[in-house]
Design a protein around this ligand. Structure first.
Ligand SMILES: [Zn+2]
Length: 245
């Protein structure tokens, strides 16, 4: 089935300027990701890694002599996650093209893993890009990706952008009537708590909001504009200023 065209996400006012190829420098690193049969190798300019990631700034800072072996090993990371990050470093997007059905080629789970990687490696702008892509994917396929909830609640900090986005989608776009009695078995408890709190604070009874009150078309229009609310601008701003000369 064809997916609907991706909604456009307005440019985040806190977006970090892309690094110009003129500033890539000449130091290439080999990044070995995963292990065994699942190992993949990527070559990346050091300046790209250190510009975007506080983890790599700390790990690759200082002088690297010609003789030094320029290899970074990330055996516990997922090569598919690094592949998306690698693409984002060079092109500013997490993938090169949509599938023939017009769908985002990354699963919601992979997008969530990219977010967690960005959080762990100090790349707040990568987290924000993951949030934007999950907004686009969820709206174009019109599915609530509840399959990622356990992973997200096990691997992200409380109240982070990704959790808040999933709570919003869960509260406003999910048909709870079918599943509310089994909710405790199917969803993380903290998620249910977050949905309940949002439902209370929203004041307009958020559950199923877009299905009844606002309507889907209007919802699609408004939520894309709100993507910024699920970005972490504090960390993004700190990261931008940390790499200014
Ligand atoms: Zn933003």
């Amino acid at each position: 089935m064809k997916a609907e065209a991706l909604v456009e996400i307005p440019k985040c006012p806190h977006a970090k300027p892309r690094l110009s190829p003129d500033d890539f420098g000449d130091q290439l690193f080999l990044v070995v990701v995963g292990k065994g049969d699942n190992e993949r190798r990527f070559t990346v300019f050091r300046n790209l890694l250190t510009y975007h990631s506080s983890y790599f700034r700390a790990a690759l800072g200082g002088d690297w002599k010609e003789s030094t072996q320029k290899t970074v090993n990330l055996p516990d990371d997922d090569p598919d996650v690094f592949r998306a990050f690698h693409h984002w470093l060079y092109y500013g997007t997490l993938y090169s093209q949509l599938t023939p059905e017009g769908k985002v080629p990354l699963s919601a789970y992979l997008i969530a893993k990219v977010y967690v990687f960005g959080d762990a490696r100090g790349i707040p702008h990568l987290c924000n890009a993951s949030v934007d892509l999950l907004v686009q994917k969820s709206l174009s396929e019109w599915v609530f990706c509840h399959g990622v909830l356990n992973y997200v609640y096990d691997n992200t900090p409380e109240n982070c952008g990704l959790r808040r986005l999933l709570v919003k989608f869960g509260a406003e776009t999910y048909r709870w009537t079918r599943n509310v009695r089994n909710a405790e078995q199917n969803f993380p408890r903290m998620f249910l708590m977050d949905v309940m709190i949002m439902n209370y604070e929203d004041g307009t009874y958020a559950l199923g909001k877009c299905l009844s009150k606002v309507g889907r078309a209007k919802y699609l229009e408004t939520i894309a504009k709100e993507a910024c609310e699920y970005h972490d601008h504090g960390q993004a701003a700190a990261d931008t200023s940390a790499t200014k000369n």
